[in-house]
Design a protein around this ligand. Structure first.
Ligand SMILES: Nc1nc2c(c(=O)[nH]1)N[C@H]1C(S)=C(S)[C@@H](COP(=O)(O)OP(=O)(O)OC[C@H]3O[C@@H](n4cnc5c(=O)[nH]c(N)nc54)[C@H](O)[C@@H]3O)O[C@H]1N2
Ligand SMILES: Nc1nc2c(c(=O)[nH]1)N[C@H]1C(S)=C(S)[C@@H](COP(=O)(O)OP(=O)(O)OC[C@H]3O[C@@H](n4cnc5c(=O)[nH]c(N)nc54)[C@H](O)[C@@H]3O)O[C@H]1N2
Ligand code: SF4
Ligand SMILES: [Mo]
Length: 710
């Protein structure tokens, strides 16, 4: 007899609800949509394919210890007990910190930890017990620019979300909601209707993207094709134009703004004639968008990773936040706002202390240090041990394979993962974690970030017993703390496997995980707050106002950089090619590469996408093999000619290049290339202050290897 249970997907932010069928032995046999769930119930193909990850015969099942040298590949491992693994790791961590200080041990926390609320709490308590400043995260490849910009402006971390359900004008930069299902705004179970609805109610959607997206249709809106890594100049020109046209809400600016004069002088100096040429967008297009936003009843500007990963993500985010605020759209229905959540923002200083690096003394911020300096810190001997949880830095960070050479020089590397990746291949110890079907959870992460358009908490039980000797990430961190002889939640006889802290968060709404579990559909709506509550809730800096020209941006040289990068762009040769990333509907960063159904037929191969004009100029045909290179790396691939890219732009999906992930039988077959080899590492390879890697608009060159096409 089959049984049916409810769960939610934990691959990406929407946490789509789904149903799981299990057989008599209690093993999940099918994942399917949950049509009658109040939040919708339309998981995507990736979520519905997750049983292939859960049951992947290549999964990590036991603690492993390396038996050959760190420079020898493939790595060889022997199976050991959890006790042996934990005590040996702890001993080596203690010895390193005793001899070389707390910063000799670094941590790297990857993206999936965001979708495991207990692990998220434990990884931070583990890192804080280590007392190291070297806490790297996937954030420097994702959104640390937003973390810093909003903390500087509001006083604490706040992600203001676009009111997609009500807006009359959405300006959407550097996002592909069809492939990626939104980021830092949670839209559950959406298959594109939310954008079509804006158009249906008479509104406008404008995408700003170097690539004309599949979702950019007459049913949604047009794409303004921008040259990569130039959004900051477009946003500055747009701000200039809206102010010139009288589109600012002066009363709101003076009521809630601090340093408004400095902001106004900055944008007034941004004459479109001076700065727009590098963007590929014309003055009349900017004026049209400005007029559209001014005349709309409400408007929201939203930007995502395509802009975050450029060289000026902090100033871009600041200009976006300021556009929403200055036009009176912040805290208004249809504008941007701060949804209800489990917690409220906390005042957070931007500069905590300093860390010594090859780039001199770097200010330490509440977020992560630059991942692209990790190799230098390892080579200098400052970092000697690394513990990576739920991350695949060799695939996902700037420099990519270059990190592997650095990792081989570590005294100790520990990787906690569900799969044997190219990163775990560099480790001394590999610890097997449970996947999301094997653990109980609540959707507290997004509720805690206050990014849900429909604030809610969902509960799921563990659908399957953890197989073999897999353990939850929470348990692994708590056990490591015990092995290190420091306070661990496991010391308490009444510990509840990490739920104490989560229940404390939930108690702000009179909830606990058990109460959510018992609620209809295992879900509780948190309810909406007035949109204008953002002004009481988000402004936690001492002035209680929005800092419209944060000093931290000035002291970090961001405004000078705005001018120097502009000059650099103006001097570029016209035939230069710029590389951007391209997420697809069938892949998730680096970790669905071993799923056969997501790697079959046309999905098997990774190609470099190029415009017909650029292909013709180089006498390339569909499928021609090329060398793609720059000062940092050199790759070989075949090309895919498509007219969704404008001239001068090439695009490639990251996460491929698993040749050396020997234990991933599907992923290492037809592996493709690791595009992050072309991303800079080392001094000045990151944005000051946010430490974001520069991952889009990368100058590259192409050389023909074999023009024979398909
Ligand atoms: N070129 C390029 N590079 C990029 C990006 C891009 O757009 N272009 N995007 C960047 C972005 S936005 C991000 S967030 C980063 C992601 O950077 P990372 O988080 O470092 O990389 P992922 O590929 O998401 O790797 C996640 C790892 O966690 C493992 N895993 C999955 N579930 C669990 C679990 O429950 N527990 C544990 N312990 N492990 C688990 C997976 O097997 C995988 O090895 O990549 C970035 N890299
Ligand atoms: N299918 C799938 N879903 C995912 C992921 C995945 O890998 N696959 N990853 C998840 C993660 S970790 C995240 S953070 C989110 C990310 O979610 P999104 O931020 O929406 O990510 P992308 O789909 O990569 O969209 C980025 C867009 O920016 C464009 N772009 C590139 N460079 C520039 C530029 O310089 N300027 C502008 N304006 N646009 C530019 C690209 O063409 C692309 O369309 O997605 C999540 N969901
Ligand atoms: S969009 Fe797809 S991968 Fe993301 S949570 Fe929903 S079902 Fe999972
Ligand atoms: Mo991400």
């Amino acid at each position: 007899m089959t049984t049916e249970k409810q769960t939610f997907c934990r691959i990406c932010e929407p946490n789509c609800t789904m149903l799981v069928e299990s057989n008599e032995a209690g093993e999940p046999t099918k994942l399917k949509p949950y049509p009658n769930h109040p939040l919708g119930g339309k998981p995507c193909n990736k979520g519905l394919n997750f049983l292939s990850v859960h049951k992947d015969p290549d999964r990590l099942n036991w603690p492993l210890k390396r038996t050959n040298g760190k420079n020898e590949f493939p790595a060889e491992f022997e199976r050991i007990t959890w006790d042996q693994a934990l005590s040996e790791i702890a001993e080596r961590l203690r010895a390193s910190q005793k001899a070389y200080g707390p910063n000799s041990v670094a941590t790297y926390t990857g993206n999936p930890l965001g979708f495991d609320i207990r692990a998220l709490t434990s990884v931070y308590s583990f890192a804080s017990h280590l007392g190291s400043s070297m806490e790297f995260t996937a954030g420097t490849q994702d959104c640390c620019n937003k973390n810093i910009a909003t903390t500087a402006m509001y006083g604490g971390l706040s992600f203001l979300v676009p009111d997609l359900h009500h807006t009359d004008y959405l300006l959407c930069l550097g996002a592909n909601p069809k492939a990626s299902h939104w980021t830092l705004v949670e839209v559950p179970n959406d298959s594109g209707e939310i954008l079509k609805n804006i158009k249906r109610r008479g509104g406008t959607v404008t995408f700003v993207n170097p690539r004309k997206l599949e979702i950019s249709t007459p049913e949604t809106g047009e794409t303004v094709q921008i040259k990569p890594d130039t959004d900051v100049y477009f946003l500055a020109a747009l701000s200039h134009e809206i102010e010139r046209l009288g589109g600012f809400d002066e009363a709101k600016l003076s009521k809630y703004g601090e340093h408004v004069t400095q902001y106004l002088s900055f944008i007034r100096a941004c004459d479109p004639e001076r700065i727009l040429s590098v963007t590929g967008i014309s003055r009349s297009q900017v004026t049209e968008i400005a007029e559209g936003m001014i005349s709309a009843t409400s408007a929201a500007v939203y930007m995502a990773t395509g802009v975050n990963q450029g060289r000026q993500g902090v100033l871009s985010c600041w200009l976006v936040e300021m556009l929403n605020f200055a036009t009176g759209n912040l805290g208004r229905e249809g504008g941007t706002y701060m949804p209800n959540g489990l917690t409220e923002p906390m005042a957070t200083p931007i500069f905590i202390n300093e860390i010594e690096s090859v780039d001199g003394m770097l200010p330490k911020t509440p977020f992560a240090p630059p991942a692209t300096l990790l190799p230098d810190w390892i080579e200098s001997g400052d970092i000697r041990c690394l513990i990576s949880t739920g991350g695949n830095p060799v695939m996902s960070c700037g420099g990519g394979p270059g990190l592997r050479n650095a990792f081989s020089q570590l005294d100790l590397m520990v990787a906690i993962d569900i799969l044997p990746t190219v990163t775990t291949e560099s480790a001394d110890y590999v610890l097997p974690a449970t996947d999301w079907l094997e653990r109980e959870d609540v959707t507290a992460f997004s509720a805690n970030l206050r990014t849900q358009l429909i604030p809610n908490i969902q509960y799921t039980e563990a659908i399957a017993e953890p197989a073999f000797e897999r353990k939850t990430d929470w348990w692994i961190h708590a056990k490591l703390l015990q092995a290190l002889d420091v306070a661990s939640p496991l010391d308490s006889e009444t510990h509840q496997d990490g739920w104490e802290l989560v229940n404390l968060l939930l108690s702000a709404h009179g909830l606990s995980k058990d109460l959510v579990k018992e609620a209809p559909h295992q879900m509780v709506f948190l309810g909406d707050l007035p949109k204008d509550s953002v002004f009481e809730r988000a402004l936690v800096n001492p002035e209680g106002r929005i800092d419209c020209y944060p000093r931290a941006f000035v002291s970090s040289g961001l405004f000078e950089r705005f001018e120097t990068v502009l000059e650099e762009l103006q001097k570029e040769p016209p035939d230069i090619l710029k590389l951007i990333s391209m997420r697809t509907t069938h892949m998730h960063n680096s970790w669905l590469m071993n799923v056969p159904s997501l790697r079959s037929g046309a999905l098997a191969e990774q190609r470099l996408r190029i415009s017909p004009e650029d292909a013709a100029a180089r006498e390339l045909h569909q499928g021609s093999r090329v060398r793609l290179y720059n000062d940092f790396g050199d790759l070989e691939c075949r090309i895919d000619i498509r007219d969704d890219l404008g001239p001068g732009v090439v695009a490639m999906t990251h996460g491929f290049g698993n040749r050396d992930a020997h234990r991933l039988s599907i992923a290492s077959h037809a592996p493709g290339v690791n595009v992050n080899e072309l991303i800079a590492m080392g001094p000045r390879s990151y944005e000051p202050l946010s430490y974001m890697s520069w991952m889009t608009g990368i100058p590259v060159r192409i050389e023909l290897i074999n023009s024979m096409g398909d």
